[in-house]
Design a binder for this molecule. Structure first.
Ligand code: ZN
Length: 534
């Protein structure tokens, strides 16, 4: 036995070293929050089923119809009122329950990534269906976080007779940044007091103020020319493809003289039919990203002039279609601080040895010499950046300028993988995704209880929104009243793959997990002949 003084000193040094290494844990939940946390633990099976089911649907943006059917049936069975097809987006929905204030709206994206089809739970590249879409971002997990949180809070509100309205809504076609600005334009969030948005990550945190990354305009330029025989009488032709190429050349020269934090990229969405026919139609699709709304609009105006110049040079005509729009994000300080306290209490999941072995195998696969495995220390609340950092966008930005909003990033994926890539799908129907979502659900539900039980939090959130966030910056949507959502996107790809995807849908009535259905011994680290259970 250690002498007591030495033992105390030893304990003290242990505490001191851990408190340096990680965020101090919060006080344990008591009262209604403790009850909520056990209720969410008891719903772990539901969390797993939602995550695995959405993973198996593998639906792309604007085509999330199986996802819509499955989730809205689940919500209707739990007494939510459902409106389908809001904002003229057929795969969207708006589910609400309760009455009075506060009105709390929980959102998360649901769409997948093209060509990201990947068998889950295996540490090597194996598409489930070659060339098919897959959940290479992990958008199959966020609705589980929100729905389970909402159901746990609803049980408590019913029993305690607490006023308040819970709304559940999906980020449709987030990978195209193509719906949330339309929701905002159409007034869906009028009367909402707070938006708690959730997004998959490899740690658990929240931020406030201007977020890292950019906003954007996503725009397709469509050129019309004149067809002709490419060899017989090409002088009679006016090539729409020439116009596309000149637009790209012009933009690539201009790029040198743009602010370095901008990001812009394009794909030629239509380059003509065959070489001996002068293309009478061609199109190119651009993302124009910048840090501030003002710079986005300035660069967009420049691109517009370059497009008109390309049309002039080729005697073609040009029109444009807005495909997506996203304001730079700004998150609410009072709600983020309240949520951070709940994050500290919930902490990161307890990962199993298998989870860690799997995570390290994925990191090795993706080129790491020193795989770190899954995060075991909370990364802490993210304060506003002193100097802006460029990067990706999320159309939650538009909502964040209409309602006090925060994004909870919850730990359902592995750090060090590649974004928008099949590697980011590998853990998304495994215990890592399931445990991370359960932790996220507790944080969301605890923050909902804060908003419901403490009216001053709702008031402070609104005051920050009115007096700080929007004191100098006024939200002006990038889209106009006539811009329609690009609901035709991805229809052909989904029509091509859906019959084969249907054969792989998760059947929760027959199999405990999707890994069981697929015959995968988690974690499967070496390629093996997989015998799918029938
Ligand atoms: Zn995302």
């Amino acid at each position: 036995m250690l002498p007591s003084r030495l033992f105390v000193a030893f304990l003290f040094s242990l505490l001191a070293s851990t408190s340096l290494a990680q965020t101090a844990p919060g006080a344990p939940f008591t009262g209604l929050k403790a009850e909520m946390a056990s209720s969410i633990e008891a719903k772990a099976k539901m969390t797993q089923e939602i995550i695995d089911t959405l993973f198996s649907f593998s639906e792309l943006g604007f085509q999330e119809f199986e996802t819509q059917r499955y989730l809205t049936e689940l919500l209707a069975a739990n007494d939510f009122d459902i409106e389908l097809g809001v904002s003229n987006i057929p795969s969207s929905w708006w589910a609400s329950w309760g009455s009075g204030e506060p009105v709390i709206a929980l959102g998360s994206d649901v769409d997948g990534i093209p060509r990201a089809s990947q068998m889950p739970g295996v540490a090597y590249r194996q598409p489930m269906i070659e060339g098919a879409p897959g959940h290479g971002e992990g958008h199959n997990s966020g609705q589980a976080v929100n729905i389970v949180a909402a159901l746990a809070v609803k049980e408590i509100m019913e029993r305690e007779n607490l006023p308040g309205t819970i709304v559940l809504w999906p980020g449709i076609a987030e990978e195209l940044l193509a719906t949330k600005a339309w929701y905002a334009r159409d007034g869906l969030f009028d009367g909402v007091d707070a938006v708690l948005f959730t997004h998959v990550s490899n740690n658990m945190n929240v931020s406030w103020g201007d977020a890292r990354g950019t906003g954007l305009v996503s725009v397709e330029y469509l050129f019309d020319g004149v067809a002709a025989h490419g060899a017989g009488d090409p002088w009679k032709g006016r090539s729409a493809l020439d116009a596309v190429e000149l637009l790209n050349v012009g933009w690539n020269f201009r790029r040198e003289h743009l602010h370095p934090l901008q990001r812009s990229h394009y794909v030629i969405s239509n380059g003509g039919d065959q070489p001996n026919v002068v293309p009478s139609f061609a199109s190119v699709w651009y993302f124009i990203r910048e840090i501030t709304a003002e710079n986005i609009m300035e660069n967009f105006a420049t691109l517009q002039r370059v497009a008109e110049g390309a049309a002039m040079m080729t005697d073609t005509t040009v029109s444009r279609k807005i495909v997506g729009a996203a304001w730079p994000r700004h998150f609410n300080r009072p709600i983020a601080l309240a949520m951070d306290e709940n994050i500290k209490t919930v902490g990161l999941p307890t990962w199993s040895e298998d989870d860690q072995r799997f995570a390290k195998a994925l990191q090795t696969l993706m080129g790491s010499d020193n795989p770190q495995g899954l995060a075991t220390d909370l990364s802490g609340i993210a304060e506003p950046q002193e100097t802006p950092v460029s990067g990706g966008s999320d159309d939650i930005g538009d909502i964040s300028w209409n309602v006090p909003t925060v994004t909870l990033r919850y730990p359902s994926n592995v750090r060090g993988l590649q974004g928008h890539h099949w590697s980011s799908a590998m853990a998304m129907a495994t215990p890592i995704a399931h445990k991370g979502a359960t932790a996220g659900a507790k944080v969301v539900a605890a923050t909902m209880l804060d908003l419901i039980q403490d009216p001053s939090l709702v008031r402070d959130a609104q005051a920050y929104f009115d007096d700080v966030q929007t004191a100098e910056v006024q939200y002006e949507p990038f889209i106009g009243p006539e811009d329609a959502p690009a609901i035709e996107k991805n229809a052909e790809i989904m029509a091509q793959f859906k019959p084969r995807l249907e054969e792989l849908y998760y059947d929760a009535s027959r199999f405990d997990t999707y890994l069981d259905q697929l015959g995968i011994e988690y974690p499967q680290l070496e390629p093996n002949l997989i015998q799918r259970n029938q």
